[in-house]
Design a binder for this molecule. Structure first.
Ligand SMILES: NC(=O)c1ccc[n+]([C@@H]2O[C@H](COP(=O)([O-])OP(=O)(O)OC[C@H]3O[C@@H](n4cnc5c(N)ncnc54)[C@H](OP(=O)(O)O)[C@@H]3O)[C@@H](O)[C@H]2O)c1
Length: 218
């Protein structure tokens, strides 16, 4: 996708990766709308990006995710792409993670991104894209993070099916399957503590990888 002039919504724009991506998209001439939970972080990012439109949502309110897509389509005068950067980590053996935590992880990491992209599919034209950040846990299936991994795997497989559905329409469906990133994400886990991890990518490296995926024609 040609970034310059593209109308792109970034849900999760208050996070480390989402905010850096939003800034990069803005600097490269995209018309962005930003969405997140943290009002102060949203206002700060909007200010940094020349006052781009912003809106709050909570991943637990799936209607607010879908409503944010309709809002972005309105304020941007159309929508060429949505890149979901929402997510929360959770650690612990499956028999130590309660159902409430499992529900939290599945809602924030799978149902909310699906709600954003589901609402975007009828609005994004041929040549546009929908994308969400998953993670290499989908391939690695590590011990000690079954519920987090299951939530990302659900999202990844959903994206694979939707990619098939959208092929004829010409909308690209991207699974941004990042390796570990030094963003502090693991330390903000809803439960448990991370295992010792090898040094990960920097946030700018992760954003470059995402930009490459958005710009690629494949
Ligand atoms: N960092 C890594 O090692 C890594 C590796 C692979 C994939 N990923 C994925 O990359 C994405 C971004 O992660 P990050 O590293 O940038 O972490 P981050 O800084 O913690 O960002 C997470 C984002 O998700 C939002 N979020 C969490 N719970 C929410 C809720 N209930 N309602 C609304 N928003 C909510 C956060 O909003 P607030 O600002 O309000 O908290 C924030 O915008 C996530 O999907 C993560 O799974 C990260």
């Amino acid at each position: 996708m040609e970034i310059t002039g593209a109308r792109i919504l970034v849900p999760g724009a208050t996070g480390a990766i989402g905010s850096a991506l939003a800034e990069q998209l803005h600097q490269q001439g995209a018309h962005i709308a930003i969405a997140g939970r943290d009002a102060a972080a949203l206002a700060k990012l909007s200010h940094t990006c020349a006052g781009v439109p912003s809106r709050r949502f909570d991943a637990y309110d799936l209607d607010s995710c879908a409503g944010t897509v309709a809002w972005a389509h309105d304020v941007l005068g159309g929508l060429d792409g949505v890149v979901v950067c929402v997510g929360v980590a959770g650690f612990g053996q499956a028999d130590a993670v309660g159902d409430a935590i499992a529900e939290h992880l599945l809602t924030v990491n799978a149902l909310a991104p699906m709600a954003f992209l589901r609402a975007a599919l009828p609005l994004v034209p041929r040549g546009g894209l929908v994308a969400a950040v998953t993670g290499v846990v989908v391939d690695l299936a590590p011990a000690g993070m079954a519920d987090y991994t299951a939530s990302k795997a659900a999202l990844a497989l959903w994206l694979t099916c939707v990619r098939r559905e959208q092929r004829r329409k010409g909308v690209r469906v991207l699974d941004l399957r990042l390796d570990h990133v030094e963003s502090g994400f693991a330390d903000r886990a809803v439960t448990g503590s991370p295992p010792s991890l090898p040094r990960g990518q920097t946030v700018p490296e992760a954003v470059n990888a995402i930009m490459d995926a958005l710009e690629s024609k494949g």
